[in-house]
Design a protein around this ligand. Sequence first.
Ligand SMILES: [Zn+2]
Length: 512
Amino acid sequence: MKIIRRAIIALLCVVPFAAYSLNEQPQADWEMVAKIREEGFQRSQVMDIVGYMTDVLGARLTLSEHMKKAQAWAKAKMEKIGLVNTVIEPFMDYGAAWDNEYFSLQMLEPDYQYMMGYPLAYTPGTNGKITCPAVIVNIQTKADREKYKGKLRGVAVLASPPVALNPAAMPQGVTRRTDEDLKRLEEAVTPPAPRAAAPAAPPNPDALRPEEKIEFYKAESALAVLQCDSGAFGLVRGFGRPGVNADKWSREKDLASMPIIAVTPEHYNRMYRILKRDIPVKIELEVRNRIGEAVEKACNVIGEIPGTDLKDEVVMMGAHFDSWHASPGATDDAGGCAVALEAARVLKAVGAKPRRTIRVAFWGGEEQGLNGSREYIVKHFGDVKTGFKPEYDKFSVYFNQDYGAGAFRGVNLQGNEFVRRIFAEWMKPFRDLGFTTLAIQSVGSTDHVSFDRVGLPGFQFLQDSVGFGGHANMDFFDTLVPEDLMKNAVIMAAFAYQAAMSDVRIPRKTIK
Ligand SMILES: [Zn+2]
């Protein structure tokens, strides 16, 4: 009976975007879900996996030596759990590799204070230990430069205003979604309109761009730039040097820049307030950064559980493996990678034989703009500009975790009404985990968007919020909630499995 039904469906599936027929009821596979839950809850390895990523491998800036080592580990780990066709697959030229190897910042006068901070990525080091005065500089326009000409030689520039900290607005480590919050998301029947961008202020022709400010400090022979843009206690926030995305991580531009240091607000503000009293501040700074000699390609890491009768069709799950460079990115997004890998491990452990191939992706280059997933999709599935490939029609669905490391509470439908009834059915075995909500809303800023933008079904789960140190210096293993990651891995495994087994591929939106 099943075979006959499959044969009929197979005929129907010649139409590339065949969806579930109205008469067909998708069913959760409770038997397989029981096996997945048993393996994923009673023999979980997700914390061991994410523990290795965060404690042993550490930060994973795209195209750093750290990341290369981590990707080699990820490929080997995929193979160890039984994935095949594993590959560290280059996706685009990514400039020179960059790693921070040493950092030390102290205030020496008027009082000793060790300082928390770290260098922005893609900046040069200090060439040994330097001791120098720190001075406040406030330059916004070309004209502002005049007051500082000839006055910055040999100093460290405090380049940003002090940051006001509000104890009442301290970020929470764990914020559970409330019933009202979930109800509101569920009852929003139309996708909320994209938030209108605030009207841009007319560009001030005299304003200096951040990279022009750095050029000025450098030309004036300042030794270093200190800055603070973190609004949270104890958090240092800093990304890449100004202009780096535009100049494509150029080694020459890295070397031509100057040491730029992000400092924790408490320490930065202290220096600033002392200087405002006209009392000199003296600091000691040493930064050693390794900058690669040649342009290299950044990579994604891919592995598969091969399918059976529908092995040419693909279900994907994944997360971005790259982090910023100041901490191991436990919640952003080692947790997501561990969930996808644990989901694959659980499926292997329970002996799942999916009809479609289940592919796990650890993306690179997400933090600089979803680069790894976008380029992967263009190469393997195509897009409007380069043309769609036969694999485009054989793709079913992609599942992603990247909104911190909190428990899945539902699925953001990304405006796709056609998946509602399928996902609603697959969610039923997980009501006890609080996984209950389908929200029509589209969410952005992570790798499922790369699928969505070419019309392929890609979904980011609706999550509780766990973690407050993403993109900063405090995103460590300690932030993670083991039960949340275990639940997510079990749900991810069940969704990927059922998508790989169902008679038809996940339906696509008709409106792009
Ligand atoms: Zn992320």
